[in-house]
Structure formats: structure tokens, C-alpha cells
Design a protein around this ligand. Structure first.
Ligand code: NAD
Length: 317
């Protein structure tokens, strides 16, 4: 019999492929939780990964118990991270994955909920906004406790590129990509800053050349996954670390702002969709969705992104 009053954090990872294992490896190296359970349809793979990861624990910053488990281990989990499913093939869009991964998710979420799980879901599998919606629907949990990785990785990619461009530490760059994690996402330049300066003012003071560079930076960010997949077949380190960042925000009750995939219930004039927007994250999940004042062009782009998601979702729900 498990003790529900335990004071340790248990995270269950479903899907021990490239993304899942990058997450697990970063979790151990950053000392984020006390328990990490690995589940995969390929049981031997989950078992092998647990064995391998355990051999690094003597060098981890804090103790952690890692094992390959079953859905019964979800009963007392604080957080379940899902990275299971099929990945994008070269040339394939995230949205083309929707049918196959929706089917896989319905099964996984059913198994998790049968354990009595009552914590928070964090979804990374693509198309992430749609699969976060599927997780919410299938689980019956409150919308605040179902979170998608959304555009956290895209915003990180943007901050990295801007940091390089302006020769400034990435941690001093604040910039948001919002919308679908995919082809219709958009940057919110009006709210971006580099150090103590607003990005638009900085770009204007540096002339038109910088404005063109900003557009090119965004295109590189938006298409980054395609460029990486062309070269190495998949992307996994960046998303692994993004998922750890979200995990820390939840388990440490940080109240920090991240562009996660959140349920919109009137915000941005939109209803009944999960999409990447800045939100405050804490131990309860999504404390609140923050509404950025978008200009006309940005509003149009954001509405288009919602439309594309809703249309893609229709046949599978
Ligand atoms: P992968 O093929 O390496 O791993 C997927 C794993 O899921 C495999 O180990 C497989 O056995 C497991 N799996 C499949 N069906 C399962 C089921 N029913 N139950 C349990 N486990 C199951 O793929 P990957 O490279 O790790 O990518 C995983 C997902 O993450 C893909 O959908 C990919 O597109 C997505 N991804 C998302 C982002 C993001 O920013 N959100 C970034 C990169 C990748």
C-alpha cells in the first residue's frame, strides 16, 4: 500500500524515446524530483533506460529513485509527462501526425486515469496543442492541470537567436512565440526586450538591416525542427530541457511565466482550444493565462493559428 502523505515528488514519464530520455537525463542532472518512473510500450527499452540512468546517479546533484514501472505507479504521481507516440518524419508536418497519435493518447490516458491519478499532466508529443486537448478531454481533469509544452521550446529558440544577434546573455533576453507549436506560430516583437531595452526600439536604432534580420531570425526559429530533422532525424535535447523547466516551475511552485499550451476560455477572444500563450505556472498547474495586447496583424495571425488547430482537430475528436 502506497503512502499518499509521502513528501517526495514523483514524476512518471510515459515514452522513453529520444525526447523522453533527454528529459529523464536532464531531470537527473538538475536534481528536480525524488522519484522518476519510466513507462513505455516497449518495456525492455524502459527497463534498459532505467538501468543506464541509475548508473549516473552517484554523480547527480541529489538522490533520485529511477525505475521502469507500470500504470499503477501513476496513482500517487504528482506529474505525468507524456512523450510517447510517433515522431515527425522528414518533410512531415506536426499536424499530419494527429490521427496516429490521438489514438495512442486515448489509450495511454485511459490507463493512467484507471490508476486513480489526480495530479498534473504535461504533454510534449506532437501535434502538442491537439494532444493536450485530447488529454484534457479523456482525463476529465480540470483545465488548469493539463499543460502542453506549447511554444516554450520555440520561445527558447527565439531567445537563443536574439542573444546571439545582439551579443547578450540569452537569460537577459525576454521574447515570446505564441500560437500553434508549428507552422502558424508567431513572434510578439512588441513585448520583446534585450537587457533593459525594448527590442523594437533597439532594432529601430540599428536601422532597417536589423528589422530584416529579425524576420529572418523568426523564420529560422519557426523552421528549426525541419532543419534539425533534415540533419539528425529528430529533435530532443532542447525539448527535453524545456520540459524540465516546466517541471521545475510546477514542483517548486515558482509562479513563473512560460508560453505553455493552455486552455483558452475567452482569452484572446477564443474558446475551447489549447494553444501556446504566456501563462503563470505553479504547483496547481496553470494559475492564469496572461493576455498580451496584440496588434492587428498579430491578432489576425493568432486567430489563423487557432483556426488551423480547430480544423485539424475536428476529424479526430
Ligand atoms: P521516439 O520514437 O524516439 O519515442 C517515442 C516512444 O514512444 C518510443 O519509445 C515508443 O515505444 C513509445 N510509445 C509509442 N506508443 C506508445 C504507447 N502506446 N505507450 C507507451 N509508449 C509508447 O520519438 P521522440 O523523438 O522521442 O518523439 C516523441 C514525440 O515528441 C513525437 O511526437 C515528437 O514529434 C514530439 N516532439 C515534440 C516536441 C515539442 O516541442 N513539443 C519537440 C520534439 C519532439
Amino acid at each position: 500500500m502506497e503512502n499518499r502523505n509521502r513528501k517526495v515528488n514523483r514524476v512518471v514519464l510515459v515514452g522513453t524515446g529520444a525526447v523522453g530520455c533527454s528529459y529523464a537525463y536532464s531531470m537527473i542532472n538538475q536534481g528536480v524530483a525524488e522519484e522518476l518512473v519510466l513507462i513505455d510500450v516497449n518495456e525492455a527499452k524502459a527497463e534498459g533506460e532505467a538501468m543506464d540512468l541509475n548508473h549516473g546517479i552517484p554523480f547527480a546533484p541529489s538522490p533520485i529513485n529511477v525505475w521502469s514501472g507500470s500504470y499503477q505507479d501513476c496513482a500517487t504521481a504528482d506529474l505525468i509527462v507524456i512523450t510517447a507516440g510517433l515522431a515527425q518524419k522528414p518533410g512531415e508536418t506536426r499536424l499530419q501526425l494527429v490521427e496516429k497519435n490521438t489514438k495512442i493518447f486515448k489509450e495511454i490516458v485511459k490507463n493512467i486515469m484507471a490508476s486513480g491519478f489526480d495530479g498534473i499532466f504535461l504533454v510534449a508529443t506532437n501535434p502538442v496543442d491537439i494532444l493536450t486537448y485530447v488529454t484534457w478531454k479523456e482525463s476529465g481533469l480540470p483545465k488548469e492541470r493539463v499543460i502542453g509544452s506549447g511554444t516554450v521550446l520555440d520561445s527558447a529558440r527565439l531567445r537563443f537567436q536574439l542573444g546571439k544577434h545582439f551579443n547578450m546573455d540569452t537569460r537577459n533576453v525576454h521574447a515570446y512565440i505564441i500560437g500553434e507549436h508549428g507552422d502558424t506560430e508567431l513572434p510578439v516583437w512588441s513585448r520583446a526586450s534585450v537587457g533593459v531595452e525594448r527590442l523594437e526600439e533597439l532594432a529601430a536604432s540599428n536601422g532597417e538591416l536589423h528589422k530584416d534580420s529579425l524576420e529572418q531570425i523568426f523564420v529560422n526559429v519557426r523552421d528549426a525542427a525541419y532543419h534539425i530533422i533534415d540533419r539528425k532525424g529528430a529533435t530532443f535535447y532542447g525539448i527535453g530541457m524545456s520540459l524540465v523547466r516546466i517541471t521545475k516551475a510546477i514542483l517548486n511552485n515558482e509562479n513563473c511565466i512560460l508560453t505553455v499550451s493552455s486552455y483558452l476560455d475567452g482569452q484572446y477572444g477564443q474558446q475551447d482550444v489549447f494553444i501556446g500563450v504566456p501563462a503563470v505556472i505553479n504547483r496547481g498547474g496553470i494559475r492564469e493565462v496572461l493576455e498580451i495586447q496584440l496588434n492587428e496583424k498579430e491578432t489576425e495571425q493568432f486567430n489563423h493559428s487557432v483556426k488551423v488547430l480547430k480544423e485539424t482537430m475536428k476529424p479526430v475528436l
